[in-house]
Design a protein around this ligand. Sequence first.
Ligand code: FA5
Length: 354
Amino acid sequence: MDQDSYLKLQDDIEKEAVSALTEIASLVDLESWRVDQLGRNGKVTGLLRGISELPVDLRREAGGKANSLKNALTEKYQAHKSYLEGHSTIESESGTNSLDVTLPGRNIESGTLHPTTATVREICKVFESMGFQTIEGPEVELDTYNFQKLNIPEDHPARDMWNSLWIDRVLPDGSRPLLLRTHTSPMQIRTMESQNPPVRVVVPGKTYRYEATDATHEWQFCQIEGLAVDKDITFADLKGTLEEFARRIFGDKRKARFRCDFFPFVEPGAEVSIDCFKCEGRGCRVCGHTGWIEIMGAGMVHPKVLEGVGYDPEIYSGFAWGMGAERIAMLKHGIDDIRQFYSNDVRFLKQFSR
Ligand code: FA5
């Protein structure tokens, strides 16, 4: 090919490519244009390859022009692409059969609440509707609040009920007063110390125990404490409140059982259990073959505890409870191993998407 016909060919390619580009109204057509002009076997690419067939003294000028054409068309292509991306409409895309507007949209993946969090919120809402206020407290606690002010003096055998995780910080007097709270009950004291009766609070939060795990025991779990103090509060109020809670959370088909239990900070004390969802009360691995799953400890606030915070036990009385949130989530959702909650298996967690 001589120089004139090469330059004419270059001209023709440019004119045709530019005029075709102005007609293009969809991204699919634009991609075909790119392949035709700038692709591996495209016209501009062919033009560049043809340079080697020109006489040596013409190659330099022809090559420069062909490269400029390639750059100019690439720029036009980019500009047109940005324009179409900004203006692409269902009509323009569907006109080329590139988009099936009848297809369902893609699901947007969104995170969900952890089953424990969802259960805690649901429980707190139930108590809020009965006039309780939801508050929170520290997870790193002082011995005084976790034990002493709850009528559990130092070296009292009742401390063995809670295997504690102590924090390795020794004060100048030789004491080691900090631990990860073993229950949410310290918040009973903190609340009563900071306000006068009447008191109605629920306190959700993490608790920690130095103990072996099994299907119903974790070393870190969540409790929800409850406390109501006023004049003339009786055990009937405790029972009525907790039975209403059980009915609202589990429905009428689950049975609740109250039995005597001992906690140093209440008198009398009770343990509340719900019949096992797995075996319907017949006994299985989940309920330790008892037919019941214990969900909380409860009782009437001990007069010594009231006295300790400056409430007159002759005038005021109250009830309190501490329930295990994961145990309640297990009963609600039929989860047969508490260790699932913190194993971070996304397949488990995804089941609770709402
Ligand atoms: C207590 O922690 C008392 N503070 C409860 C209380 C509060 C009694 C107010 C009276 C008045 P207990 O150790 O039984 O009690 O724990 C209460 C609930 O927490 C249990 O019924 C259970 O549902 C849950 N729980 C206890 N230990 C574990 C554990 N290791 N893993 C998961 N849940 C647990």
